[in-house]
Design a protein around this ligand. Structure first.
Ligand code: PAF
Length: 282
């Protein structure tokens, strides 16, 4: 497995693979890889000949008070994990490779509607940063397929829409959330949790599951259910950011006629912001 840091090298290597008729899969990441990321790499390897994993902590998608500086950078450990998972090429550019003219002068991609509520409302500019860097990665790698985790449900919706709207010839594939035995969704940010917080964290998935059960039993009083879920999170010691029951396609508040529903949650445990989701068909 090779690691390249420059766009020039990346393009030269990928040109060679394309000339051999190989298909290319992309797994965009910010590194600090865990089993969730590795499941994306394995999925990409099933669907393409060559898997490129990008590792780039994208400053554009972090807010001013967020964890850009402390976000774990673990390239050597990530390379070992990727090599073991059958990854072909790691693209690990520096910030100056991606934003040579600086962030302020960078052309940006704005995705309307699906990026607007939920995390988009709580983290202004976040999805602009994600959409911009993912569009750039699509242009740099020109993959046939790209795999993203369903854990970032809204992000996946934003990326599907940008690929569709900008006519980018890539198949965007979602991969199921990988969970710890107690239900906590795997996330690089789980590493920030203290032992005590880690013991509380599974309440996020338990609350999602309980609410999904209530919906399956026929309840349609969505705002009461959202309120009950927020209370359950607060009682357990979290600070809910949002708990929203939405139409799975539009991410707009669900109405009674909707059959495909997704429960979206974000909550702070100490200073760590956890997100998760659960989709159901009624
Ligand atoms: O999900 C992530 O790790 C990031 O948002 C992504 C898609 C790699 C863009 O920086």
């Amino acid at each position: 497995m090779r690691t390249v840091h420059s766009l020039k090298e990346l393009r030269t290597i990928l040109r060679g693979y394309r000339q051999q008729g190989k298909t290319i899969g992309l797994v965009p990441t910010m590194g600090n890889l865990h089993e969730g990321h590795i499941s994306l790499v394995r999925k990409a390897a099933e669907a393409s000949d060559i898997v490129v994993t990008s590792i780039f902590v994208n400053p554009m998608q972090f807010g001013a008070n967020e964890d850009l500086d402390t976000y774990p950078r673990t390239l050597a450990a990530d390379q070992d994990k990727l090599a073991a998972a059958g990854n072909t090429l790691v693209f690990a550019p520096g910030v100056e490779e991606i934003y040579p003219e600086g962030l302020a002068n960078q052309t940006k991609v704005v995705v309307p509607e699906v990026s607007e509520g939920h995390c988009g409302a709580s983290r202004p500019g976040h999805f602009e940063g994600v959409a911009t860097v993912v569009t750039m990665l699509f242009n740099m790698v020109q993959p046939d397929i790209a795999v993203f985790g369903e854990k970032d449900f809204q992000q996946l919706a934003v990326i599907r829409k940008l690929a569709r709207d900008l006519m980018i010839p890539v198949e965007v594939i979602g991969a199921p959330t990988v969970r710890e035995d107690d239900g906590l969704a795997k996330s690089s940010r789980n590493g920030y949790l203290s032992e005590q917080e880690r013991a509380i964290a599974p309440v996020v998935f338990r609350t999602l599951s309980h609410t999904a059960d209530q919906l399956a039993q026929g309840r349609t009083d969505y705002s009461n259910l959202e309120q009950e879920a927020r209370e359950a999170l607060s009682e357990a010691g979290l600070r809910p950011d949002y708990f929203n029951i939405v139409n799975s396609l539009t991410l707009k508040p669900a109405n009674e006629a909707d059959r495909e529903l997704t429960l979206l949650v974000a909550a702070f445990l100490g200073t760590t912001r956890l997100i998760d989701n659960l989709s159901i068909t009624r």
